[in-house]
Design a protein around this ligand. Sequence first.
Ligand code: PEP
Ligand code: MG
Length: 603
Amino acid sequence: MIKKQQTDVSEVRLHGISGSPGICIGKAYLVDREGVDVIKKYSISRGKINNETNRFKNAVSKAKNELAAIINGLPSDLRQNAYILETHLLLLNDKMLHGKTVEIIKSEGVNAEWALKEASAHAKSIFSSIEDPYLKGRSADIEHVANRIMRNLVGFKDINISGINKRVILVADNLSPAETSQIQLEKIMAFITDHGGKASHTSIIARTFEIPAVMGLGTATQVIHNDDIIIVDGIEGLVIVHPEEETLFEYDERIKKYAAHKAEIMRTSDLQAKSADGKIFKVMGNIELPEEIVTVKDHGGDGIGLFRTEFLYMNRFDFPDEQELFEQYKEVVELMAPSLVTIRTLDINGDKEIYGAAKPKEANPALGLRAIRFCLKNPDIFKTQLRAILRAAAYGNVRLLIPMISGCEEIQSTYRLLDAIAIELERQALPYKRDIQVGIMIEVPSAAIIADTLAGLVDFFSIGTNDLVQYTLAVDRGNPHVDYLYNALHPAVIRLLKQVVDAGKKNHIKTFMCGEMAADVMNLPILLGLGIDELSMSPQSIPAIKNMIRKFAVSECRDFVAEALKKITADAVMKLIIDTYGDKLINEINTDKDGRRSHQNSH
Ligand code: PEP
Ligand code: MG
């Protein structure tokens, strides 16, 4: 058992959003710190010294505004941490940091980043050499403050996180999908971030790799220091810093209980999911990279319901060529055969930026040149991918899935490209398969509204609730300030889902769901009752969902949905779920022996 750290600081509890379940105890590693370590020195000519000091001062004033906004926005139960942030505000003006940095820029003629790095190292060394433990601890605060200014100077993207070489709990302000995919995940015990929510890509990756995650903590990077012992409770969305001895003991017990619960549902995960009234459901896995297939298979996944191909395009300056893509897809397809692999075409931009893509500056990237829109504007990039997919399809069982469809034209344009590519491949005598199922993501409200029209054009629908909820409710899926509004059980979402499934049935096509709504057992009675034909999710959720499908009769769920559709709020829908199926469901998600309900509604 990990022992309490020798420190005078008392236990602090930070409440956030559960990003990925699981519990762990370990040492903190702050991503931000690396920002200081990778700074390069360069000279500034005499005539530009004033510009450089102004650049530094602007970065400081931006840091002040950021801190002030954090302090003002602190929820009441986090007020106890405000004093730390107020100290940081004072430190921003401190002579040792502010004055010294300006002095170094002027006297040495160097860039602001380098001067700040020197000044903060100097200030830290002074504090560290003081005997008084309180003042000694201020050196970490200097580091936080310097990092905040540094981030404003260098920009967020220059964080170095690829070289982490010990098992740590990663503490970050926020992580972009590109950053998350640079990390060696086997080194990460847990993720905790100040920003982000349950549908952010860090959460999704964490769930895929079964790494506990708590997001949207607001002040974690301010409160936590490198090497602090922390408990991450991804079930409750709770982080405990400097845990007391008894808290450590309690969590040791919980970790054991959680492991036993997981082992229990894993035992039956390879068996098919047959409902109590005999309907067999495929429960598939969502993957980002070929290596995740093992996780899907280990968790009893019946195939790949969503292969997010954009991750093969990230963290590089060029676009992958056809051969590279073909080899990766072929590997996935062959490893899964004869099971299905649903390859989704490139879904970049929005929150998934890639370096090489010429991207206009967009005020609202989520509503911008994303996914199919980007692909149709860049037909060479799109054709390269489609060629690789049709070629890989010759080696197994492939479905093609197009993201972010908002109308008929995008489907028609894609078909034209597919047909042209098939003619090319035929002429080149390369093995390929054109006769594969082509489906669309239903994740934009316009597509859900005209689902009856779109159903006539495609072979299947796959509902992406992560985005459908975001766009329907006008709630950014990664923004913790509006996370309370993000709810897949909102009556507007349930009505849209019904409309989509009904349109599919009328036109004899199947409707699947690959958004994270499918991964939450609490939603299952609704999804089964609506008539969703297949579910796909982060692999680690598969065993629990399969286990729960076996406990429900679809016919009964149908009646239940009729009742749910009468409810006027998401809370009322949740209450109905709990009142009707609470006994069945709560045991599944609660690892507490005292029966406390640890579930937060899904998204
Ligand atoms: C979705 O939007 O629900 C989805 C599955 O796609 P992504 O999370 O990759 O946007
Ligand atoms: Mg989506």
